[in-house]
Write a protein that binds this ligand. Structure first.
Ligand code: RIB
Ligand code: CA
Length: 326
């Protein structure tokens, strides 16, 4: 069984605010608003700067601008930011939906400094939810070497273990966009590390009936997220053969909060291919010397890789995202 968080747990969210990140933020505000103690934006779907601005505007719609938002890493651990995924999330990351400008501003510290401060302040009550490339979390592990053992744990959306990737046949986007960062994070000695891969996120989807309910029952943030999903549906419909979109990031958030039950999981090592080969970014269970990253140091961490969750996941995410009080 997956180690679940408790009502005392507080959360740091690392995101690359695109469309499913936006639903994850709406969900967290609806279910754990007072426990969301910081947000960092890392380049992925959009640049870190664009993701940070999207996040500020979403919080503004929900009247939640008291939550600190910090700028995370722009370039991956190796290489350069590739410009994001405008074909999936739109050039602005939010499906072309005009989000009202907010007077909220980023905090002066960067996301690594914010996360380090939160570790000092909250220690083992702090749980990290990572729904973006793991560049910022990896750098935080460099800056605070015992970070992984001091916090409650990490839940991350990423990887593809028994299914193909979505960036290459082997690699999922959050891992592919920074394979070295992912390898560094997966090798750290977390109390608990839960990976939520495409294997499970592709099984749970929103359809127009969900986003219609979201717009009807929710406040301004829920209505904006509902509108964004039209672009997400447009991207996924040809491949899925139905107008729907997978709940990648919201599912990771709902598992971290303990709202969605894990019903099937692997509990063993998980590694990332960091070679400069076509399989770069592949996530797999049994390491071989050629693919164990140097930063790994051969350490073996037991990872919970989620393969199945309760059938009511989409409804629970809908209920949470629609329940933000504004
Ligand atoms: O592969 C899906 C992941 O990549 C999600 O986090 C999505 O927002 C993108 O970041
Ligand atoms: Ca994301």
């Amino acid at each position: 069984m997956t180690d679940t968080t408790t009502p005392d747990t507080v959360f740091y969210l690392d995101c690359d605010t695109g469309i499913d990140d936006s639903l994850a933020i709406a969900y967290l505000l609806g279910t754990a608003r007072d426990r969301l103690v910081g947000i960092g934006a890392t380049s992925g779907n959009v640049s870190a700067a664009a993701g940070a601005e999207n996040t500020l505007r979403l919080l503004g719609l929900a009247g939640a601008t008291g939550i600190p938002v910090a700028l995370g890493e722009h370039h991956p651990r190796r290489g350069e930011f590739d410009g994001g995924a405008p074909h999936v999330h739109g050039a602005d990351g939010v499906g072309g939906v005009a989000l009202p400008v907010t007077d909220a501003r980023l905090v002066a510290e960067d996301a690594v400094e914010l996360l380090a401060d939160l570790v000092e302040r909250h220690g083992e009550r702090l749980h990290i939810i990572a729904i973006a490339p793991l560049t910022t979390v990896a750098r935080a592990l460099d800056v605070v070497p015992d970070l992984a053992s001091r916090v409650d744990g990490i839940t991350l959306m990423g990887g593809a273990v028994t299914v193909p990737g979505n960036i290459t046949p082997f690699a999922e986007a959050n891992i592919a966009n920074d394979a070295d960062g992912a390898a560094h994070v997966l090798a750290a000695d977390w109390h608990t590390i839960t990976v939520v891969p495409l294997d499970v996120t592709m099984q749970h989807r929103f359809e127009p009936r969900h986003t219609a309910r979201l717009a009807r029952d929710g406040g301004p943030l829920a209505q904006a997220v509902s509108a964004m999903f039209e672009a997400y549906f447009d991207f996924y419909e040809p491949g899925l053969g139905v107008r729907a979109a997978p709940l990648h990031d919201p599912l990771a958030a709902a598992i971290a909060v303990g709202d969605v039950a894990v019903v099937d999981a692997l509990h063993d090592e998980l590694h990332v291919d960091v070679t400069d080969s076509p399989e770069r970014g592949r996530t797999f269970r049994a390491a071989s010397p050629a693919t164990v990253p140097p930063s790994d140091g051969g350490r073996r961490t037991t990872v919970t890789t989620v393969l199945g969750v309760g059938d009511d996941a989409a409804d629970r995410i809908l209920r949470g995202a629609a329940s933000d009080p504004r």
